[in-house]
Design a protein around this ligand. Structure first.
Ligand code: CTP
Length: 401
Protein backbone atom coordinates (compact mmCIF):
# COMPACT_ATOMS: atom_id res chain seq x y z
CA UNK A 1 0.00 0.00 0.00
CA UNK A 2 2.83 2.41 0.85
CA UNK A 3 5.25 0.75 -1.50
CA UNK A 4 6.76 3.31 -3.86
CA UNK A 5 4.79 6.20 -2.31
CA UNK A 6 6.74 9.40 -1.91
CA UNK A 7 6.21 10.92 1.51
CA UNK A 8 7.70 14.26 2.44
CA UNK A 9 7.97 14.60 6.22
CA UNK A 10 8.17 18.15 7.60
CA UNK A 11 9.46 18.68 11.13
CA UNK A 12 9.12 21.92 13.11
CA UNK A 13 10.67 22.91 16.41
CA UNK A 14 8.67 21.21 19.11
CA UNK A 15 9.74 18.60 21.64
CA UNK A 16 7.60 15.96 19.88
CA UNK A 17 10.14 16.15 17.02
CA UNK A 18 12.14 13.51 18.86
CA UNK A 19 9.42 10.98 17.97
CA UNK A 20 9.60 11.56 14.21
CA UNK A 21 12.50 9.17 13.48
CA UNK A 22 10.09 6.42 14.57
CA UNK A 23 7.48 7.62 12.06
CA UNK A 24 10.12 7.75 9.33
CA UNK A 25 11.22 4.21 10.24
CA UNK A 26 7.64 2.91 10.02
CA UNK A 27 7.14 4.55 6.62
CA UNK A 28 10.44 3.19 5.27
CA UNK A 29 9.67 -0.30 6.57
CA UNK A 30 6.34 -0.19 4.74
CA UNK A 31 8.14 0.54 1.46
CA UNK A 32 7.66 4.32 1.16
CA UNK A 33 10.35 6.66 -0.05
CA UNK A 34 10.81 9.39 2.53
CA UNK A 35 12.44 12.81 2.36
CA UNK A 36 12.64 15.19 5.29
CA UNK A 37 12.44 18.97 5.37
CA UNK A 38 12.90 20.60 8.76
CA UNK A 39 12.83 24.12 10.18
CA UNK A 40 16.08 25.43 11.71
CA UNK A 41 14.40 25.25 15.16
CA UNK A 42 13.60 21.55 14.68
CA UNK A 43 17.34 20.77 14.59
CA UNK A 44 17.50 21.58 18.30
CA UNK A 45 15.22 18.62 18.99
CA UNK A 46 16.31 15.95 16.50
CA UNK A 47 19.45 15.78 14.39
CA UNK A 48 19.51 15.91 10.58
CA UNK A 49 22.08 13.08 10.74
CA UNK A 50 19.54 10.71 12.35
CA UNK A 51 16.98 11.55 9.70
CA UNK A 52 19.29 11.38 6.70
CA UNK A 53 20.52 7.99 7.93
CA UNK A 54 16.95 6.71 8.23
CA UNK A 55 15.73 8.12 4.91
CA UNK A 56 18.83 7.58 2.79
CA UNK A 57 18.45 11.17 1.55
CA UNK A 58 19.97 14.45 2.62
CA UNK A 59 17.78 16.48 4.96
CA UNK A 60 16.56 19.81 3.58
CA UNK A 61 16.47 22.82 5.86
CA UNK A 62 18.15 25.85 4.29
CA UNK A 63 17.35 27.69 1.06
CA UNK A 64 21.04 27.46 0.16
CA UNK A 65 23.67 24.81 0.61
CA UNK A 66 26.28 26.70 2.70
CA UNK A 67 29.09 24.49 1.33
CA UNK A 68 28.76 25.41 -2.34
CA UNK A 69 26.08 28.13 -2.38
CA UNK A 70 23.72 25.97 -4.49
CA UNK A 71 19.98 26.56 -4.21
CA UNK A 72 17.58 24.06 -2.63
CA UNK A 73 14.36 24.04 -4.59
CA UNK A 74 11.27 24.01 -2.41
CA UNK A 75 9.21 23.70 -5.59
CA UNK A 76 10.88 20.44 -6.54
CA UNK A 77 10.36 18.96 -3.07
CA UNK A 78 6.70 19.94 -3.13
CA UNK A 79 6.15 18.45 -6.57
CA UNK A 80 8.04 15.27 -5.71
CA UNK A 81 5.76 14.26 -2.85
CA UNK A 82 2.55 12.21 -3.04
CA UNK A 83 1.83 13.38 0.49
CA UNK A 84 3.37 16.03 2.76
CA UNK A 85 3.09 15.21 6.47
CA UNK A 86 4.16 17.94 8.86
CA UNK A 87 4.64 16.64 12.40
CA UNK A 88 4.93 18.15 14.89
CA UNK A 89 3.51 21.51 13.79
CA UNK A 90 4.11 24.26 16.33
CA UNK A 91 1.71 27.15 16.99
CA UNK A 92 4.16 29.49 15.23
CA UNK A 93 4.28 27.39 12.07
CA UNK A 94 0.48 27.07 12.05
CA UNK A 95 0.24 30.86 12.12
CA UNK A 96 2.77 31.29 9.34
CA UNK A 97 1.08 28.64 7.20
CA UNK A 98 -2.27 30.35 7.64
CA UNK A 99 -0.86 33.72 6.59
CA UNK A 100 1.48 32.53 3.85
CA UNK A 101 4.72 33.60 5.55
CA UNK A 102 7.42 31.57 3.82
CA UNK A 103 10.44 32.47 5.94
CA UNK A 104 11.98 29.00 5.96
CA UNK A 105 12.30 26.16 3.48
CA UNK A 106 9.56 24.05 5.10
CA UNK A 107 7.03 26.89 4.79
CA UNK A 108 8.05 27.70 1.21
CA UNK A 109 7.66 24.00 0.38
CA UNK A 110 4.22 23.97 2.02
CA UNK A 111 3.07 26.95 -0.05
CA UNK A 112 4.25 25.42 -3.30
CA UNK A 113 3.17 21.79 -2.66
CA UNK A 114 0.38 20.45 -4.86
CA UNK A 115 -0.09 17.18 -2.97
CA UNK A 116 -2.41 16.67 0.03
CA UNK A 117 -0.95 17.94 3.31
CA UNK A 118 -1.43 16.39 6.75
CA UNK A 119 -0.71 18.41 9.87
CA UNK A 120 -0.13 16.99 13.36
CA UNK A 121 -0.12 20.00 15.73
CA UNK A 122 1.67 19.74 19.06
CA UNK A 123 1.99 22.36 21.77
CA UNK A 124 1.17 23.19 25.34
CA UNK A 125 -2.51 22.97 26.26
CA UNK A 126 -3.08 26.71 26.73
CA UNK A 127 -1.38 27.52 23.43
CA UNK A 128 -3.56 24.90 21.77
CA UNK A 129 -6.73 26.35 23.23
CA UNK A 130 -5.85 29.96 22.39
CA UNK A 131 -8.31 31.43 19.86
CA UNK A 132 -5.47 32.39 17.52
CA UNK A 133 -4.37 28.73 17.35
CA UNK A 134 -7.89 27.38 16.95
CA UNK A 135 -8.59 29.96 14.23
CA UNK A 136 -5.35 29.07 12.43
CA UNK A 137 -6.24 25.37 12.53
CA UNK A 138 -9.78 26.08 11.31
CA UNK A 139 -8.46 28.17 8.42
CA UNK A 140 -5.86 25.58 7.44
CA UNK A 141 -8.53 22.89 7.49
CA UNK A 142 -10.60 25.05 5.15
CA UNK A 143 -7.63 25.36 2.83
CA UNK A 144 -7.91 21.58 2.41
CA UNK A 145 -5.21 20.40 4.85
CA UNK A 146 -5.92 17.26 6.84
CA UNK A 147 -5.55 17.86 10.56
CA UNK A 148 -4.42 15.02 12.81
CA UNK A 149 -5.78 16.42 16.06
CA UNK A 150 -3.53 16.17 19.11
CA UNK A 151 -4.53 13.92 21.95
CA UNK A 152 -4.64 14.54 25.69
CA UNK A 153 -1.87 13.51 28.01
CA UNK A 154 1.30 14.57 29.76
CA UNK A 155 2.94 17.58 28.12
CA UNK A 156 6.57 18.65 28.14
CA UNK A 157 5.61 21.58 30.39
CA UNK A 158 4.59 19.13 33.10
CA UNK A 159 0.95 20.08 32.59
CA UNK A 160 -1.57 17.54 31.50
CA UNK A 161 -4.15 18.15 28.77
CA UNK A 162 -4.79 18.57 25.09
CA UNK A 163 -1.89 19.42 22.77
CA UNK A 164 0.16 16.22 22.77
CA UNK A 165 1.11 15.19 19.23
CA UNK A 166 -0.65 12.06 18.05
CA UNK A 167 1.66 9.05 18.53
CA UNK A 168 3.85 8.15 15.49
CA UNK A 169 2.11 4.76 15.16
CA UNK A 170 -1.26 6.51 14.84
CA UNK A 171 0.06 9.10 12.38
CA UNK A 172 1.45 6.19 10.36
CA UNK A 173 -1.97 4.53 10.42
CA UNK A 174 -3.67 7.75 9.25
CA UNK A 175 -1.18 7.98 6.37
CA UNK A 176 -1.82 4.34 5.45
CA UNK A 177 -5.61 4.78 5.56
CA UNK A 178 -5.40 7.96 3.54
CA UNK A 179 -3.23 6.47 0.81
CA UNK A 180 -5.25 3.25 0.70
CA UNK A 181 -8.21 5.29 -0.52
CA UNK A 182 -6.05 7.58 -2.56
CA UNK A 183 -7.47 6.90 -5.99
CA UNK A 184 -10.75 5.21 -5.08
CA UNK A 185 -12.80 7.76 -7.05
CA UNK A 186 -10.26 8.47 -9.80
CA UNK A 187 -12.05 9.61 -12.97
CA UNK A 188 -15.39 10.15 -11.17
CA UNK A 189 -17.21 13.45 -11.34
CA UNK A 190 -18.97 14.36 -8.14
CA UNK A 191 -21.59 17.06 -7.67
CA UNK A 192 -22.19 18.24 -4.11
CA UNK A 193 -24.54 20.87 -2.70
CA UNK A 194 -23.86 22.38 0.71
CA UNK A 195 -24.85 25.22 2.98
CA UNK A 196 -28.10 27.14 3.28
CA UNK A 197 -29.97 29.10 0.65
CA UNK A 198 -31.08 32.69 1.14
CA UNK A 199 -34.42 33.67 -0.34
CA UNK A 200 -34.70 37.46 -0.69
CA UNK A 201 -37.64 39.28 0.87
CA UNK A 202 -36.30 42.70 -0.12
CA UNK A 203 -32.77 44.04 -0.80
CA UNK A 204 -31.75 43.73 2.87
CA UNK A 205 -33.71 40.75 4.21
CA UNK A 206 -33.98 37.11 3.38
CA UNK A 207 -35.36 33.76 4.55
CA UNK A 208 -32.46 31.47 5.47
CA UNK A 209 -31.40 28.77 7.91
CA UNK A 210 -28.55 27.87 10.25
CA UNK A 211 -26.67 25.48 7.96
CA UNK A 212 -22.92 26.18 7.90
CA UNK A 213 -22.19 23.90 4.94
CA UNK A 214 -19.45 22.14 6.93
CA UNK A 215 -20.79 18.61 6.35
CA UNK A 216 -20.93 19.09 2.57
CA UNK A 217 -17.50 20.72 2.49
CA UNK A 218 -16.03 17.73 4.36
CA UNK A 219 -17.68 15.37 1.88
CA UNK A 220 -16.23 17.39 -1.01
CA UNK A 221 -12.75 17.15 0.55
CA UNK A 222 -12.97 13.37 1.02
CA UNK A 223 -13.98 12.79 -2.61
CA UNK A 224 -11.32 15.20 -3.89
CA UNK A 225 -8.62 13.58 -1.76
CA UNK A 226 -9.63 10.19 -3.16
CA UNK A 227 -9.14 11.20 -6.76
CA UNK A 228 -12.55 12.60 -7.83
CA UNK A 229 -13.19 15.88 -9.66
CA UNK A 230 -15.67 17.66 -7.43
CA UNK A 231 -18.02 20.56 -8.10
CA UNK A 232 -19.28 22.07 -4.87
CA UNK A 233 -22.39 24.20 -5.25
CA UNK A 234 -22.20 26.18 -2.06
CA UNK A 235 -24.89 28.38 -0.56
CA UNK A 236 -24.01 31.56 1.38
CA UNK A 237 -21.79 30.64 4.32
CA UNK A 238 -18.70 31.85 6.16
CA UNK A 239 -16.90 28.61 5.33
CA UNK A 240 -15.05 27.89 2.15
CA UNK A 241 -12.58 25.37 0.77
CA UNK A 242 -9.51 25.55 -1.39
CA UNK A 243 -8.52 22.29 -3.07
CA UNK A 244 -7.08 21.70 -6.54
CA UNK A 245 -9.77 19.09 -7.29
CA UNK A 246 -12.74 21.08 -5.98
CA UNK A 247 -14.45 23.61 -8.20
CA UNK A 248 -16.46 25.98 -6.07
CA UNK A 249 -19.73 27.38 -7.44
CA UNK A 250 -21.15 29.90 -5.00
CA UNK A 251 -24.92 30.43 -5.20
CA UNK A 252 -27.43 32.31 -3.07
CA UNK A 253 -30.96 31.10 -3.74
CA UNK A 254 -32.57 27.67 -4.16
CA UNK A 255 -33.38 28.48 -7.78
CA UNK A 256 -29.72 29.32 -8.50
CA UNK A 257 -28.68 26.08 -6.78
CA UNK A 258 -31.27 24.16 -8.82
CA UNK A 259 -30.04 25.64 -12.09
CA UNK A 260 -26.39 24.92 -11.29
CA UNK A 261 -27.25 21.29 -10.43
CA UNK A 262 -29.37 20.78 -13.55
CA UNK A 263 -26.51 22.01 -15.73
CA UNK A 264 -24.06 19.58 -14.10
CA UNK A 265 -26.22 16.53 -13.44
CA UNK A 266 -25.85 14.89 -16.85
CA UNK A 267 -22.08 14.69 -16.52
CA UNK A 268 -21.95 13.70 -12.83
CA UNK A 269 -21.35 10.14 -11.64
CA UNK A 270 -22.13 10.80 -7.99
CA UNK A 271 -24.44 13.52 -6.64
CA UNK A 272 -24.62 14.34 -2.94
CA UNK A 273 -27.29 16.85 -1.97
CA UNK A 274 -26.35 17.98 1.53
CA UNK A 275 -27.59 21.58 1.25
CA UNK A 276 -30.34 22.83 3.54
CA UNK A 277 -32.46 24.21 0.73
CA UNK A 278 -35.30 26.59 1.62
CA UNK A 279 -38.56 24.86 0.71
CA UNK A 280 -40.31 28.17 -0.07
CA UNK A 281 -39.32 31.63 -1.34
CA UNK A 282 -41.17 34.94 -1.29
CA UNK A 283 -43.29 35.10 -4.42
CA UNK A 284 -42.49 38.73 -5.15
CA UNK A 285 -39.35 39.99 -3.41
CA UNK A 286 -39.58 43.77 -3.10
CA UNK A 287 -36.92 45.71 -4.96
CA UNK A 288 -37.04 48.41 -2.26
CA UNK A 289 -36.62 47.97 1.48
CA UNK A 290 -40.04 47.17 2.97
CA UNK A 291 -40.98 49.96 5.41
CA UNK A 292 -42.56 49.24 8.78
CA UNK A 293 -46.29 50.01 8.53
CA UNK A 294 -49.17 47.84 9.74
CA UNK A 295 -49.18 45.58 12.81
CA UNK A 296 -49.10 42.48 10.64
CA UNK A 297 -47.24 41.74 7.48
CA UNK A 298 -47.96 38.75 5.28
CA UNK A 299 -45.50 37.36 2.85
CA UNK A 300 -46.76 35.16 0.08
CA UNK A 301 -44.41 32.23 -0.39
CA UNK A 302 -44.10 29.92 -3.34
CA UNK A 303 -42.55 26.46 -3.39
CA UNK A 304 -38.92 26.12 -4.52
CA UNK A 305 -37.97 23.39 -6.96
CA UNK A 306 -36.91 20.19 -5.19
CA UNK A 307 -33.38 19.62 -6.50
CA UNK A 308 -32.94 16.12 -5.10
CA UNK A 309 -36.31 14.95 -6.37
CA UNK A 310 -35.70 16.35 -9.85
CA UNK A 311 -32.29 14.67 -10.01
CA UNK A 312 -33.92 11.41 -8.79
CA UNK A 313 -36.51 11.58 -11.55
CA UNK A 314 -33.91 12.09 -14.26
CA UNK A 315 -31.26 9.76 -12.88
CA UNK A 316 -29.26 7.83 -15.49
CA UNK A 317 -28.33 4.21 -14.89
CA UNK A 318 -25.06 3.93 -12.98
CA UNK A 319 -25.48 7.38 -11.41
CA UNK A 320 -25.45 7.46 -7.63
CA UNK A 321 -27.75 9.94 -5.87
CA UNK A 322 -27.44 10.74 -2.18
CA UNK A 323 -29.79 12.93 -0.17
CA UNK A 324 -29.83 14.16 3.38
CA UNK A 325 -32.79 14.22 5.74
CA UNK A 326 -33.32 16.30 8.81
CA UNK A 327 -36.17 14.86 10.86
CA UNK A 328 -37.50 15.53 14.32
CA UNK A 329 -40.23 12.85 14.52
CA UNK A 330 -40.28 9.25 13.28
CA UNK A 331 -36.85 9.97 11.86
CA UNK A 332 -35.96 6.64 10.22
CA UNK A 333 -39.47 6.09 8.90
CA UNK A 334 -39.60 9.58 7.34
CA UNK A 335 -36.09 9.29 5.94
CA UNK A 336 -37.07 5.99 4.32
CA UNK A 337 -40.07 7.69 2.72
CA UNK A 338 -37.70 10.38 1.35
CA UNK A 339 -35.48 7.64 -0.09
CA UNK A 340 -38.34 6.46 -2.32
CA UNK A 341 -40.19 9.72 -3.02
CA UNK A 342 -36.99 11.48 -4.02
CA UNK A 343 -35.52 8.54 -5.95
CA UNK A 344 -32.26 8.55 -3.96
CA UNK A 345 -29.94 5.56 -3.54
CA UNK A 346 -28.88 6.61 -0.07
CA UNK A 347 -30.27 8.98 2.55
CA UNK A 348 -28.04 10.35 5.29
CA UNK A 349 -30.30 10.96 8.24
CA UNK A 350 -29.13 13.79 10.48
CA UNK A 351 -29.96 13.76 14.10
CA UNK A 352 -30.90 17.06 15.70
CA UNK A 353 -31.75 15.41 18.99
CA UNK A 354 -28.20 14.40 19.94
CA UNK A 355 -25.79 16.76 21.61
CA UNK A 356 -22.94 17.72 19.28
CA UNK A 357 -24.87 16.78 16.14
CA UNK A 358 -26.35 18.94 13.39
CA UNK A 359 -26.01 22.64 12.58
CA UNK A 360 -22.91 24.52 13.65
CA UNK A 361 -21.10 21.58 15.28
CA UNK A 362 -17.84 20.02 14.14
CA UNK A 363 -19.28 16.63 14.98
CA UNK A 364 -22.33 14.84 13.67
CA UNK A 365 -24.35 11.71 14.30
CA UNK A 366 -26.00 10.19 11.26
CA UNK A 367 -27.70 7.04 10.02
CA UNK A 368 -27.12 5.72 6.51
CA UNK A 369 -30.36 4.52 4.97
CA UNK A 370 -30.62 2.46 1.80
CA UNK A 371 -33.45 0.33 0.43
CA UNK A 372 -31.82 -2.70 2.06
CA UNK A 373 -30.53 -1.50 5.43
CA UNK A 374 -30.19 1.18 8.09
CA UNK A 375 -26.76 1.76 9.58
CA UNK A 376 -26.53 3.93 12.73
CA UNK A 377 -23.14 5.63 13.16
CA UNK A 378 -21.92 7.03 16.49
CA UNK A 379 -21.13 10.72 17.10
CA UNK A 380 -17.87 11.58 15.31
CA UNK A 381 -16.10 14.52 13.65
CA UNK A 382 -17.80 15.62 10.42
CA UNK A 383 -14.61 14.76 8.51
CA UNK A 384 -15.02 11.13 9.66
CA UNK A 385 -18.74 11.10 8.88
CA UNK A 386 -17.77 12.27 5.40
CA UNK A 387 -15.29 9.39 5.08
CA UNK A 388 -18.00 6.89 6.13
CA UNK A 389 -20.40 8.31 3.54
CA UNK A 390 -17.74 8.04 0.80
CA UNK A 391 -16.94 4.45 1.87
CA UNK A 392 -20.62 3.55 1.75
CA UNK A 393 -21.00 5.08 -1.74
CA UNK A 394 -17.93 3.18 -2.90
CA UNK A 395 -19.38 -0.11 -1.62
CA UNK A 396 -22.67 0.63 -3.38
CA UNK A 397 -20.90 1.46 -6.66
CA UNK A 398 -18.94 -1.80 -6.47
CA UNK A 399 -22.22 -3.70 -6.05
CA UNK A 400 -23.58 -2.03 -9.20
CA UNK A 401 -20.71 -3.36 -11.31
N1 CTP B 1 -33.68 19.22 -1.05
C1 CTP B 1 -33.50 19.70 -2.32
N2 CTP B 1 -34.29 20.71 -2.79
C2 CTP B 1 -35.24 21.25 -2.01
C3 CTP B 1 -35.42 20.77 -0.69
C4 CTP B 1 -34.62 19.75 -0.24
O1 CTP B 1 -32.63 19.19 -3.03
N3 CTP B 1 -35.98 22.23 -2.48
C5 CTP B 1 -32.85 18.09 -0.59
C6 CTP B 1 -31.90 18.41 0.54
O2 CTP B 1 -30.65 18.87 0.05
C7 CTP B 1 -31.79 17.06 1.21
C8 CTP B 1 -33.15 16.43 0.99
O3 CTP B 1 -33.72 17.12 -0.10
O4 CTP B 1 -30.84 16.24 0.58
C9 CTP B 1 -34.10 16.45 2.15
O5 CTP B 1 -34.23 17.75 2.65
P1 CTP B 1 -35.21 18.02 3.87
O6 CTP B 1 -35.19 19.48 4.15
O7 CTP B 1 -34.91 17.07 5.00
O8 CTP B 1 -36.60 17.55 3.29
P2 CTP B 1 -37.68 18.27 2.45
O9 CTP B 1 -37.74 17.65 1.11
O10 CTP B 1 -37.50 19.75 2.47
O11 CTP B 1 -39.00 17.84 3.21
P3 CTP B 1 -39.52 18.28 4.66
O12 CTP B 1 -39.02 19.69 4.87
O13 CTP B 1 -40.98 18.20 4.53
O14 CTP B 1 -38.97 17.30 5.64
Amino acid sequence: MLKGKKILVGITGGIAAYKIPLLVRLLRKAGAEVKVVMTPAAKDFVTPLTLSTLTGHPVWSDFFNPADGSWHSHVELGLWADLFVIAPVTATTLGKMHHGIADNLLLATYLSARCPVMLAPAMDLDMYKHPSTTNNIKALEQYGNIIIAPGSGELASGLCGEGRMEEPENIFQRIKDFLAFDKMFEGKKVLITAGPTYEPIDPVRFIGNHSSGRMGIEIAKVFANRGAKVTLVLGPTQLSVNHPSIELLPVTTAVEMFEACMALSQTSDIMVMSAAVADYRPLKPSDKKIKKQDENLSLELVKNPDILKTLGRNKKSGQMLVGFALETDNAVENARIKLTTKGADLIVLNSLADEGAGFGHNTNKVSLITAEATEHLPLMPKSEVAAHIADKINRMLLQLQ
